[in-house]
Design a protein around this ligand. Structure first.
Ligand code: BGC
Length: 698
């Protein structure tokens, strides 16, 4: 930051020192670790090395998946557990799902979630959290949309790296699924076909950031293929990009069961650990492959060395297990609530919110009365207590007159209430990781099973419920639960307010009450565009086995097609008004510092989320109409003003040329700042002539 501007800065968009504090992976003495790895390897037999490169058992042992480890050699095992919304083991704090956390646009908060989830995993004797999920939300119909943060790679990278750095204060992380895993129903066979430019510019930057900046200790490979080759044996991904380009020092573990498809090909390509058990990496298969020359002992030694590396770097042999009392402790419960409050996106409000405690309220819909934490796939978390919207509203104040109606209740009475709050949305039945029917039957559950959504509308009965309520109630507020975009156009004009509350975690009900009654202003922004209709988006076929991936999806696709969505990326209303003024831009050593003055012009404490998008003029290649390249979040009291600094490095302005690599092009760049992607009133234009940068007008 230039000295002249220093005294004006009150908030940095991404404070690296804060975000990365305590991340063990970033503070490793690589030479010392490598010496120790080699010392160990020298004392190990082939058998012992093979043991290091596979899991032990198909089913978890007390909730943990084990890999490697040798008591005689004093080598600890990896003990892995899932974690995109908290620790999937016993009772734990169920945080709002990642897409909700993405909506906070709050990187410091996401670091805290990483810290808390990592601590709970450690307290349960785990040492690897299988998170974050950072696959790009290419289409909102993806069943696992809720597990990831965003349709935008910049935003996804910023949130992902914050989680990684937080969690790596306590455990290893495993950003997943590397790479291009963005459809559920065909995930085991689908080939994501992608050109080099789109791969590097759109589908990988967030992984790169977690690996290079976040020093993620491990990476989980994806089930699907990239350009016809399974990601679990893809030399380009696992070796050329991850190791050679990015300098990754940790280990790659396969996604479970079908993530490893071969023995020699996978090991040679750089699949270091087969999980959850050695089907392909079993003794006989490996020794046979060595015997016929498909594999060498040297390669096994290399992979075993990578598997050992982080055990030493993170000193796993000597780490103490934190006290169990940290699990679902008051700090984590409060954090879950804070995150939920900051994640809700107010999409429409025609003078009805916030509510007052003197109003009588009718709460309608079965979803108001059931815990709805997200899917029941690998990211499922069980909490000892969950506050539903109904319990949260009832607990908020004794004064409020609340009546509850299930979805099939007779609604004739509801016009007596001052307002009706309808809770609708999706559940694990309509979306989520796909759970095969046999597994569900053996677990005794119903046949609901997640998977992708072929369309984006609510179940018909819920649309009818909204319409019925809207026709009878004095005022209608809709709360939408779900993990991604939902089409609302057939009913949104009939309701007075609409708020997206995602899958809001164990404290969701309390958070909903506090936002509805105005104890806290909504401040979430959409990390995924809500189209008017699925027809506005690219083709979406949930049975597809070959899918072309290019530069355009989400808002980039909508912009290119000149389609206006129902609610754009980055959009979200507040109970106050903010003004953004006085954009100043300085250039210092290969980066720009943009400072914008943010003022709370209303009478409510609230948070603003300034967003920076870049557009390109005279580019030699096709570029998106605009791309998010920075954002920040700042809370302000009425009348308060703060300066938000957004840093933009030259690296973010490059495009990827398959021949030359990352190119900083001589052309004109528009830096545009606003509070939602479709309204960017502040602008500064800079031109690059190949050597120097000049602001427009000079
Ligand atoms: C999922 C992974 C998960 C693993 C272990 C797989 O089916 O795709 O995300 O970490 O199971 O539970």
């Amino acid at each position: 930051m230039p000295d002249a501007m220093k005294e004006k800065i009150s908030k940095k968009s991404f404070d690296r020192e804060k975000i990365h504090a305590g991340n063990i992976g970033r503070n490793v003495d690589h030479t010392a670790v490598q010496i120790e790895v080699e010392r160990l390897l020298a004392s190990m037999s082939l058998q012992q090395k093979i043991h290091e490169i596979r899991g032990w058992q198909a089913a978890p042992i007390d909730g943990l998946f084990y890999a490697g480890g040798d008591e005689v050699l004093n080598i600890p095992s990896y003990r892995m557990v899932d974690g995109p919304r908290g620790a999937r083991i016993g009772m734990a704090t169920a945080f709002p799902v990642a897409i909700a956390r993405g909506a906070t646009f709050d990187v410091e908060l996401e670091r805290k979630v990483g810290l808390a989830a990592g601590l709970e995993v450690a307290a349960k004797n785990g040492n690897v959290i299988l998170a974050p999920t950072i696959n790009l939300l290419r289409h909102p119909g993806w069943g696992r949309a809720q597990e990831t943060y965003s349709e935008d790679s910049f935003h996804l990278g910023a949130m992902g790296v914050s989680f990684v750095s937080g969690a790596q204060n306590h455990v290893l992380t495993s950003p997943k699924h590397f790479a291009l895993n963005n459809i559920e129903m065909t995930r085991f066979e689908m080939s994501a076909n992608v050109d080099e430019r789109s791969l590097h510019e759109v589908y990988l930057p967030h992984f790169k950031r977690c690996v290079v900046e976040g020093a993620a200790a491990s990476v989980m490979s994806a089930y699907n293929k990239m350009n016809g080759v399974y990601c679990g044996e893809n030399f380009v991904l696992l070796n050329d990009i991850l190791r050679d380009d990015w300098g990754f020092k940790g280990f790659v573990e396969s996604d479970w069961f079908l993530g490893t498809r071969s023995t020699a090909a996978a090991i040679n390509a750089g699949m270091d650990i087969e999980m959850p058990v050695g089907y392909r990496f079993d003794d006989a298969k490996i020794t046979d492959a060595i015997a016929i020359g498909e594999l060498t002992e040297k390669t096994i030694t290399r992979n075993a060395g990578r598997a050992l590396y982080q055990k030493i770097a993170f000193d796993l042999a000597n780490r103490e297990v934190p006290d169990a009392s940290v699990v679902e402790c008051i700090e984590h419960i409060e954090l879950a609530q804070e995150v939920a409050e900051k994640s809700f996106v107010l999409l429409k409000n025609e003078g009805v919110l916030p509510l007052s405690t003197t109003q009588s309220i009718a709460i309608i819909g079965d979803l108001a009365d059931i815990p709805n934490l997200g899917d029941r796939g690998s990211s499922m978390v069980t909490s000892s207590e969950v506050t539903t919207p109904l319990t949260g509203l009832r607990a908020y104040s004794d004064q409020v007159a609340i009546s509850y109606y299930s979805s099939d209740a007779d609604l004739c009475d509801i016009n007596k209430a001052d307002v009706a709050v309808v809770v609708v949305g999706l559940t694990y039945k309509e979306e989520g990781e796909f759970i095969p029917t046999q597994q569900l039957e053996s677990e005794g559950s119903d046949l609901a099973r997640g998977g992708d959504r072929a369309h984006l509308r609510l179940p018909e009965s819920q649309e009818q419920l909204i319409q019925e309520v809207a026709s009878k109630a004095k005022k209608t507020i809709v709360l939408l639960e779900g993990g991604s975009a939902i089409e609302v156009s057939s009913w949104v004009n009939e309701v007075d307010a609409l708020m997206m509350v995602w899958y809001p975690g164990r404290e969701g009900g309390h958070a909903i009450a506090r936002v509805l009654f105005g104890a806290v202003s909504p401040s979430g922004k959409l990390p995924v565009s809500f189209p008017r209709s699925i027809r506005q988006l690219m083709d979406w076929d949930i049975t597809a086995l070959d899918i072309t991936h290019d530069l355009f999806h989400g808002y980039r696709y909508l912009d290119k097609k000149e389609e206006r969505p129902e609610f754009p990326f980055g959009f979200g209303l507040s109970y106050t008004e903010f003004t953004l003024e006085d954009l100043q831009v300085e250039r210092v050593e290969h980066r720009f510092f943009l400072v914008v003055s943010v003022r709370n012009a209303g009478d409510t404490v609230a948070a603003a989320v300034p967003q920076l998008y870049v557009s390109y003029r005279n580019s030699a290649v096709e570029r998106p109409v605009k791309e998010l390249k920075g954002f920040g979040r700042v809370e302000l009291t009425p009348g308060e003003t703060a300066d938000m600094e957004i840093e933009l490095s030259d690296e973010e302005l490059r495009y990827y040329d398959p021949h030359y690599g990352w190119v900083l092009e001589a052309c004109t760049y528009d830096f545009r700042v606003g509070q939602t992607s479709d309204n960017l009133p502040l602008e500064s234009t800079w031109s690059f002539d190949g050597e120097d940068w000049l602001p427009e007008g000079i």
